[in-house]
Design a protein around this ligand. Structure first.
Ligand code: MIC
Ligand code: SF4
Length: 642
């Protein structure tokens, strides 16, 4: 049996462990990516390692999330990142240059390499054959220092594509179909590898869309082969020299198999509440719409903007609609203006924003009360838009335009013939928005504004843990629910004492106060706790508030790793029914935890108001050591200084 592409890439980067599903592996990281909302912490963590220059072969930090400069905080953080990048050997992508994943795909993706990014949609680069994994900032900091990345060897799922997308059906519908079949927890500890004859019908940016939203499946990553289409994309980006053929063996073996016939798909949308709440557009037709947004790292490339503009040509958006378009990058916006799209978008009555994340993370464009908002984005957990009881639908740019023109949800096939947008012979290449590192780091002073507070660290693990259940939450709680974002809270990302006041803000605004009064305690969660964003603030801020452990039915991958990195123990109920026994306010006692971690116990008893339950603590040896030290930074410092 032949090898999958994933196995080939992991094998060529393996420095520790064996490629057995579920075993811990250490892999060499070639490149790293950071963005401004998670990057400031990652830089502070890198600084704490006391290394003069990054050791990864290439690192870029992008300013794309916190681009609203409504106070000194964001611009100060940007200056910090810019000077930090210069000093330590990283590239800096300025505000306005674009969303990290879009720019990375255009300018820095390389087939067959491993990319680690402090953002959960890092897998977008899988569209160009890169094995690209989203992680917390601390894991990126460690990779920048040249150390391997540790994770569980995931299952590799082969997704065979057959058939061909029909007009008005897009790459977004492929990933929405995956979400319909597998749900938001269907991809945990899995890598989705797309293959089959129909791969060649998809262009690199379309493949990027599919890999991007694999994050919503909870997947470790997703990947497409690098083939002649990839080569063609690289040629048009003037970097054919970065291309190489990178494919699975023809008889590759996969741990699991899925088949999607592209010809059978229809336009779809994720209805409010969760990215896996999928319906056919034709089944929700007729609902009146108030807001339409096109953009985000999922759907903001040149082809999509040109298609949107073509559909808007000589038309006006419906008078009840407010619509905004966020191009993915400076390159996209420059080309769209050269090729006439900007005129059509503006004359139709839409608002054109600068390249960046914007409304996707609640940085502006929050919907009004009871509005129906149709977005070409990737996430719609309640409140993420910045409005508490929001109604956000996720769909393709084509469906967005159909809604914008008619003022209601409608199947885009009713708009007539599907426009075929030709590719540009060459994309406009102008990397002036990216500042390279300089050779003489001594000349650079890192500039730190008053919003940048020192990094809090946890003390080594106490021998026994005790405290109250501070909050009990349901299944599929996202990191957006644990540590909200939005224009008000995001500027505090480099100030943990300040941002910790907002932990669980939408679910229970009294959480932070209670946690402090009780001297910390425990969180109880359901299945897939911590899905979504890679923001380590969802671990770091609870750690700062004294949270010692999180007890759940199961965890999402990145958040579980982040909890361990910051010395919070992710316990899983051995018997998931025990979840129902626990209530907010219950006292929990877990004795001899350090002993249990040191001797490799797989489980431990916890007493809850006199009752005893069993908790799973099946960690790797490395994870146990990290937890005992009170987090990864303490552990690294101890192991490197003896
Ligand atoms: C997101 O889409 O939720 C974000 C904002 O890009 C996050 C990162 C962050 O919280 O800074 C992500 O996806 O990891
Ligand atoms: Fe930015 Fe949204 Fe993409 Fe996150 S999902 S990187 S907020 S565009």
């Amino acid at each position: 049996m032949g090898k999958s592409l994933t196995h080939k890439i992991i094998e060529s980067h393996l420095v520790d462990g064996t490629m057995e599903v579920g075993e811990e592996i250490g892999i060499k990281v070639d490149r790293v990516l950071m963005q401004d909302a998670t990057g400031t912490m990652a830089c502070l963590q890198f600084e704490a390692l006391d290394i003069p220059r990054i050791k990864a072969e290439h690192a870029v930090i992008y300013v794309d999330h916190n681009i609203l400069q409504i106070g000194f905080e964001n611009p100060d953080d940007h200056k910090f990142l810019e000077t930090f990048a210069k000093k330590y050997g990283m590239y800096f992508s300025k505000p306005g240059n674009g969303i990290c994943h879009q720019v990375n795909l255009e300018r820095f993706s390389i087939p067959g390499k491993i990319l680690l990014g402090s953002d959960s949609h890092t897998p977008t680069a899988g569209g160009a054959g890169m094995l690209a994994i989203g992680v917390g900032g601390l894991d990126v900091a460690i990779a920048m220092a040249g150390a391997p990345f540790y994770t569980k060897m995931p299952k590799v799922v082969g997704v065979k594509l057959t058939g061909q997308l029909r007009p008005w059906v897009t790459a977004k519908d492929v990933i929405l179909e995956m979400l319909r079949r597998l749900t938001v927890k269907g991809g945990v500890n899995k890598i989705f590898e797309y293959y089959g004859d129909s791969v060649k019908t998809l262009l690199v940016p379309e493949r990027g869309t599919i890999c991007n939203m694999g994050a919503e499946l909870g997947a470790t990553t997703s990947i497409f082969p690098s083939d002649e289409n990839t080569r063609d994309y690289f040629r048009r980006q003037d970097r054919e020299q970065n291309w190489k053929l990178s494919t699975a063996d023809p008889d590759a073996w996969y741990d699991e198999n899925i088949e999607i016939n592209l010809s059978e798909l229809e336009p779809m949308m994720a209805c409010p509440g969760s990215p896996d709440n999928i319906k056919k557009v034709s089944d929700v037709q007729g609902i009146e719409v108030q807001q339409v947004l096109i953009g985000s790292c999922t759907n903001s490339n040149y082809q999509e903007l040109m298609t949107a503009a073509h559909l808007l040509k000589d038309r006006k958006i419906h008078p009840n609609i407010t619509m905004a378009v966020n191009p993915g990058s400076k390159q996209v916006l420059e080309m769209a203006s050269r090729d006439g799209a900007v005129y059509n978008i503006i004359s139709a009555g839409a608002r054109l924003l600068e390249p960046g994340c914007h409304g996707c993370i609640g940085m502006g464009s929050a919907p009004g009360t009871d509005w129906i908002s149709i977005r070409s984005f990737n996430r719609n957990w309640p409140g993420r838009s910045g409005t508490k009881n929001d109604n956000v639908y996720l769909t393709s740019p084509e469906v967005c335009i159909a809604c914008a023109i008619t003022g209601k949800i409608i199947d885009p096939r009713e708009l007539g013939d599907y426009p075929k947008i030709p590719w540009p012979e060459r994309f406009i290449i102008d990397d002036s928005g990216i500042i390279p590192p300089i050779d003489d780091p001594v000349k650079v002073e890192v500039m730190r504004g008053p919003n940048i507070k020192p990094l809090p660290l946890r003390k080594p693990m106490e021998p026994n843990l005790q405290g109250e259940v501070l909050i009990k939450v349901d299944d599929n709680i996202s990191t957006d629910a644990i540590m909200p974002a939005g224009a008000k809270i995001l500027p505090l990302r480099s100030n943990i004492p300040a941002i910790s006041e907002y932990v669980f803000y939408w679910l229970d605004p009294t959480f932070a106060k209670r946690a402090k009064e009780k001297n910390g305690g425990f969180i109880v969660g359901g299945d897939n706790y911590g899905q979504g964003s890679s923001r380590e603030h969802a671990a770091l801020a609870p750690m700062y508030l004294g949270v010692k452990g999180v007890l759940t039915k199961s965890f999402a991958r990145i958040h579980r790793a982040n909890l361990i990195n910051f010395g919070i123990i992710p316990f899983e109920f051995t018997n998931s029914d025990d979840y129902y026994k626990l209530q907010q306010g219950n006292a929990i006692k877990i004795n001899y935890i350090v002993n249990a971690l040191s001797n490799g116990s797989k489980s431990i008893k916890a007493s809850i108001n006199g009752d005893v339950i069993e908790l799973n603590i099946d960690f790797s040896e490395r994870q146990r050591k990290i937890l005992i030290e009170g987090g990864l930074l303490n552990y690294i410092r101890k192991t490197t200084t003896g």
